[in-house]
Design a protein around this ligand. Structure first.
Ligand code: AMP
Ligand code: ZN
Length: 311
């Protein structure tokens, strides 16, 4: 097998693009794909301050690495979510990456008291992944706003986007379909533009890129993801992909090109300001502050007053 670019010995095969590359040319190919996505989808320019949400996994660290290499102005943000040893090891990976590259990382500790995911989930009877999603959205939006970033980039890859699309279609989540796109414009001065520069690159390509670039990332999956429906969708899509290479890419691309417009809406009107945290919301309290209030009120019910305390 020969490298498509330099005709040297190829070591990476990218079936969805019907191409193979040597190590050096694969790095070039991957970085160019990211650059093209950023430019074609008008995600951001060299002048924008981009906040990269890094989990410690291969996708987000690969994304940060590419953006640094391409000369974009970035800082990372990492949320320590309090999911036991898994979160501790994730935090270590992001800190080691930032230290090695000499780049700024904003670390947010949510591993104490009520903000930790196990507490949020147990006290509110929400599945851990639902509580985690609400918490991540809130804190990433908040940090981007407070630290003055106009763009928030995440490491969502093609497999994530295809699985999400499949789930949204299977349940005809029309409101979610309307919003599933690689660039979400800011709808409020406190919301950064949200972008997914890896949306056309597969999990496999991101893993190869991270490996070839010597990026040390957390390989284990979040313990809460065991049995998650998202993984079932990914498995189904992988089986289709094995028989018909290019299925995932066509599914996502064709949805964006022809399908999505059918679901587009005018939006949900003007957001109000959350009474708890000041971030935009469509209710009096945002969903994150509602979660916290629920934890507080349940905790208060379980607190046993000390002996002799007036009732
Ligand atoms: P996930 O929701 O775990 O599939 O992750 C999707 C993307 O969200 C990742 O690629 C990151 O960009 C971001 N992300 C996930 N977990 C964290 C975290 N703990 N801190 C910062 N960003 C995160
Ligand atoms: Zn709030």
């Amino acid at each position: 097998m020969k490298c498509k670019r330099c005709r040297g010995k190829a070591v990476v095969q990218v079936r969805q693009h019907n191409a193979a590359f040597c190590r050096g040319c694969f790095v070039f190919f991957f970085q160019r794909q990211v650059q093209r996505a950023i430019e074609r989808e008008r995600m951001f320019t060299l002048d924008d301050a981009v906040l990269v949400a890094v989990s410690g996994g291969k996708d987000s660290l690969a994304l940060w690495d590419v953006l640094i290499e391409l000369g974009y102005r970035t800082a990372g943000v990492h949320l320590a979510l309090g999911i036991g040893g898994y979160s501790r090891r994730s935090t270590e990976k992001t800190e080691a990456f930032a230290c090695r590259r000499g780049v700024r990382l904003i670390s947010v500790r949510l591993d104490e008291e009520d903000a930790a995911i196990p507490t949020l989930s147990a006290f509110t009877n929400r599945p851990a992944c639902a509580a985690c999603g609400t918490s991540k959205r809130h804190h990433l939006d908040r940090v981007a706003f407070e630290q003055g970033f106009s763009v928030l980039a995440t490491g969502h890859n093609l497999d994530d986007e295809a699985a999400r699309l499949l789930g949204n279609v299977l349940h005809w989540q029309v409101q979610h379909l309307a919003k599933q796109q690689p660039v979400l414009a800011s709808t409020h001065e406190r919301f950064a533009r949200k972008v997914k520069p890896l949306f056309r690159l597969s999990e496999y390509e991101a893993a190869v890129y991270a490996f070839v670039r010597g990026i040390d990332y957390i390989i284990e999956e979040c313990p809460n993801s065991v049995g998650a429906t998202q993984l079932v969708y990914k498995d189904v899509l992988n089986r289709l992909e094995a028989v018909m290479p290019g299925t995932k890419l066509a599914f996502v691309n064709d949805f964006l090109r022809t399908g999505r417009a059918a679901f587009a809406t005018d939006g949900a009107g003007l957001p109000q300001t959350c009474a708890g945290c000041g971030m935009p919301t469509f209710a009096s309290l945002c969903s994150y502050c509602s979660l916290l209030r629920e934890v507080e009120s349940k905790r208060a019910r379980f607190v046993v007053p000390a002996a002799g305390t007036a009732q």
